[in-house]
Design a binder for this molecule. Sequence first.
Ligand SMILES: Cc1ncc(C[n+]2csc(CCOP(=O)(O)OP(=O)(O)O)c2C)c(N)n1
Ligand SMILES: [Mg+2]
Length: 403
Amino acid sequence: MNSAGITFRLFASKFGSQTTAPLRFASSATFETHDYKLHHLTEPPSKKATVTAEEAKDYYKKMQTIRRLETEAGALYKEKRIRGFCHLYTGEEACAVGLHAAMDPNDAVITSYRCHGLAYLLRNNVTEILSEMTGRISGNVYGKGGSMHMYAKHFFGGNGIVGAQVPLGAGAAFAFKYRNQKNVCFALYGDGAANQGQISEAFNMAELWQIPVIFVCENNGYGMGMKATRSSASTEYYKRGDFVPGIWVDGMDILSVREGFKYAKYFCNSGKGPIVVELNTYRYVGHSTIEKRHGYRTEEEIQDVRSHRDCIVKFREQCVQSKIVSAEEFKEIDKIVHDEVTKAVKIAREDDELPMEGLYTDLYKNTPPQVVRGATPFESVKQPFVTTSELVEKQLKRKPVIF
Ligand SMILES: Cc1ncc(C[n+]2csc(CCOP(=O)(O)OP(=O)(O)O)c2C)c(N)n1
Ligand SMILES: [Mg+2]
């Protein structure tokens, strides 16, 4: 359901144009969000979500970029250019883009190892993300972190230990409260992580101290190869905070996600303490890129979600039908995304790795150069540069990454 916006822009010249495109396109539209479920809350978020044409194009481009960069990451992994673990976000794009659309630039975010989408959004740089995975200097942390460890000014990673980021997120939010700063921290975790003790401990402290943290459970239905119903006594993750209010959101619908997070942010910022947001979502690919086949779910199940709930396809259809963005404009965006990601892949393949001196940088913060014992079996080495940024700037004469 939607209603076209009241303002219009000319889409094609009225004077003698041969084009078959409609003459007028709406500059905004209002859609109905999907139903929310509430826990210890009375008023649901707004059922109406207005989106301008510019916003719609922006959200679409971001979701498509994440999908494309993850597809390329999967291919680079198969070529053995990405080594180690690599967890793709394919299918879950509306969660990150909807969150990003609702957050303030000074809000903090922390997530699990499935971090490429958020890292890209918070740095607005595809090259950094792909090059980090291939271990190149153009990477987000110069290739020293890899797939699970990417950062931005208010983005605390990328965390490989399941659930570990949740208490850290509560800590980041506590800092906001301590400083009287009206910001929130979004602490994301999965349905598998939801059963950990440290999550319950974080819920308790956050409620006790009324900390402005949004606990975001990205329920993609599986923890590795374990179906949520087999691991969780209750799969109503939005209720799992018990005394912490919660909300269930359709994580495949970007506008429902955006409105859900606006609501959660308003809740936290009005001094009511933490809130749990469960995003119902789905991952199309294996738990990590080394997974050979999905023994724990059927191809039909995956295809069914792709055909009926895909966040990108659905959003595109919605926008075309409501005439805020044309099919042609979407095709143009696809081309821009394709070109941008292709360029980034080239750099991720061809750029250099850090020289050996990079092994001894960023050991401590704000210290004079240290002597590193056992750098080789026979010698100690004095740090030639204290930080990797210094090494990159002074020795390699390249631009450092600035957070
Ligand atoms: C403390 C700890 N236990 C186990 C693992 C191995 N492990 C990695 S991911 C994962 C499943 C987590 O599933 P979920 O929280 O649903 O997140 P998703 O991968 O679905 O995004 C497990 C058990 C780990 N990394 N850390
Ligand atoms: Mg999961």
